[in-house]
Design a protein around this ligand. Structure first.
Ligand SMILES: NC(=O)c1ccc[n+]([C@@H]2O[C@H](COP(=O)([O-])OP(=O)(O)OC[C@H]3O[C@@H](n4cnc5c(N)ncnc54)[C@H](O)[C@@H]3O)[C@@H](O)[C@H]2O)c1
Length: 244
């Protein structure tokens, strides 16, 4: 592989760790941010000083046209692309009986339709080159039902189905498509969970701690490497034993 990667939602959290790790592994990286321009710029400055070649582009990936524009800008900057990591995602957790229609739509539009929007705009390019790799960040919430997360669970289960089907469509061209399904990872997303729930969550995790963004990024880096070329259509949980 030439080592040119696109990462969505790369300005913070798991996405930022993925960008940083891929740069360390020798990838040129183009990543998207939605509203965190200052964070994206700071990351570029810091990683460029360490010798990385990277750029960030603003895109609301709920919009197909913005996803298309982002993929084109990224491809142009990288002069090609071998890897797409779909990572951008949100939660709007609440019980279904009080869930607003807009919250439901925002989660499905970002987490599921957003992954379609980016992937649809790159897959033909991968097929034409007979080269590429797709890694979708799902969640253990796509494997287990979690109360208060109907929208999030539906979106992440959707990503898993999407991944498995696309893996079958892409396998004959040697293009792997896999999911990484993190459990609870310490990021802004989980920092929004009330303190008393965090205590209960950690008690539930066999390893008795949350995962780190680096642990997730290291798994992504392995799946993006040549060592993982024969792995496709799989879901890799990284959750301290939560789904064991
Ligand atoms: N933190 C966890 O415990 C955990 C667990 C399982 C899965 N995940 C998944 O990992 C991924 C990253 O989550 P995180 O914890 O780093 O969260 P985060 O909130 O720190 O980061 C989410 C990223 O998505 C981007 N984003 C959100 N809406 C967007 C939109 N409409 N268009 C473009 N970008 C948008 C944000 O700008 C941000 O960069 C998500 O898909 C999330 O569902 C997280």
């Amino acid at each position: 592989m030439d080592k040119k990667a696109i990462v969505t939602g790369g300005s913070r959290g798991i996405g930022a760790a993925i960008v940083e790790t891929l740069v360390r592994e020798g990838f040129d990286v183009a990543f998207s941010y939605n509203v965190q321009k200052t964070m994206a710029e700071a990351m570029i400055e810091r990683l460029s000083q360490q010798g990385g070649r990277l750029a960030a582009f603003q895109a609301d990936l709920r919009q197909f046209a913005q996803a298309a524009a982002f993929i084109n800008q990224a491809k142009e900057f990288l002069t090609g692309v071998d890897l797409l990591v779909n990572n951008a995602g949100i939660t709007r957790d609440r019980s279904l009986f009080i869930m607003g229609e807009q919250d439901w739509r925002d989660v499905i539009d970002t987490n599921l339709n957003g992954y379609f929007n980016t992937t649809r705009n790159i897959i033909g390019y991968f097929y034409k080159n007979k080269r590429g790799c797709i890694i979708n960040i799902a969640s253990v919430s796509g494997l287990n039902g979690i109360a208060g997360q109907t929208s999030y669970c539906a979106s992440k289960a959707g990503i898993i189905g999407f991944t498995r089907a696309l893996a079958k469509e892409s396998a004959r061209l040697g293009i792997p498509v896999n999911c990484v399904a993190p459990g609870y990872v310490d990021t802004e997303m989980t920092r929004a969970i009330p303190e008393k729930h965090i205590h209960d969550i950690i008690a539930m995790i066999p390893m008795k701690r949350m995962g780190t963004v680096q642990e997730v990024a290291d798994l992504v880096a392995f799946l993006a490497s040549d060592k993982a070329r024969y792995i496709t259509g799989q879901v890799f949980s990284i959750d301290g034993g939560l789904t064991s």
